[in-house]
Unconditional design. Sequence first.
Length: 414
Amino acid sequence: MATVSFLYRSSKDEANLNLRLLFTHNSEPFVIGAKTKYRISKSYWTKQHKKGSKDIKIINKKIDVNNELNKIENYVLNAFNLTDINEITKEWLQTHVDYYYNPPKPETILSNQLTEYAAYYIKCKEHELSKASITKYKTIKKKVEKMETERGKPFLINEINEDFKIEFLKFYKDNNYSNNTIHKELAFIKTFCKHARNNGIETSLQLDGLKLPQQKVEKIYLTIEELEQIEKKDIESIALKNARDWLIISCYSGQRVSDFLRFTKEMIRIEDGINLIEFTQKKTNKKMSLALHPKVIKLLKKNKGHFPYAISDQRYNEYIKEVCKLVGLTNKIKGSKQKETKPDSGIFRKENGLFHKYELVTSHIGRRSFATNFYGKIPTALLMSATGHTTEAMFLEYIGKTQTQQAKELAKFW
């Protein structure tokens, strides 16, 4: 359930009203704002609009104002109800407020074919979403096109129903995709269809109820003790030493590989004796100001104030596995790793099983290690500000804290 309110947020005598959207997701409240083009005087809004009056001019003014604000409110709430809640952001809200005044006019009649509409959706979102998200959508579109080739005809938007789910599940299973990939990509296809519905295209009554189960994913991370072993290990290879240093930085900064491998000395500034690194996250475009952990500062001092030399994501992934193997992280644990489906096929899928821990180490392990190791030691809100998680529920899911584990954490305070 979402609600809309309007605020006067200017010190000027006349200004545009601000719109505020309030909603709840996963039991967490969200408030986001946008600026409307509805201009009004400060005097009227603060002194007359919400107060009773017998002046016929003021009564008529109130009716006109409320009629216009109700139109904007209904437009925004209708768009909200037809959008995947995970896409609701401040940018989304401002875009739809702007659409109220200048509705998008498609150059051609929108197609009711799934893949053709997906292409239109991607075009609409190319300036709102990250390159990684756009690439993901394009990949899903190609998979559906392959399904259409096999069945000999395209899918229509209104055919995305329970029968489609069965066909979709069979195709993905036949191609060895994991349950979680199947779950996520069905959700993305539903997003295409909901966007189409918002543009007047017929959808199936079964669309909103289409769901597939998720599989529990093992949360692999490096403990503080393992990090100490990695830090102290005498390594001869210059390349592996360099990767080891990046791994330490990753585990004590909590950032994505697309961000921390770009860290440079020039991003650091000192304020009140605190070493801060400032950068913009590549995935979210969020500006970050992060206090460097003493372990990172120690590493930088050893390197005359410089970060390790830059390497590619691929090489980093390869090298940190070798580093962890050298350290002796050979105990077998549950997890999943990419495996080629057939020799020389070039097609890789995730395989679940028991593996040596070093085999499961990837570039993402630093971010999860940071969040897991410092949970309960640092206020969760501060950890979330560093990792970029928007809700505590998402954060706890990320580090794999179950309801039982959270209850045990609570018991420590009794």
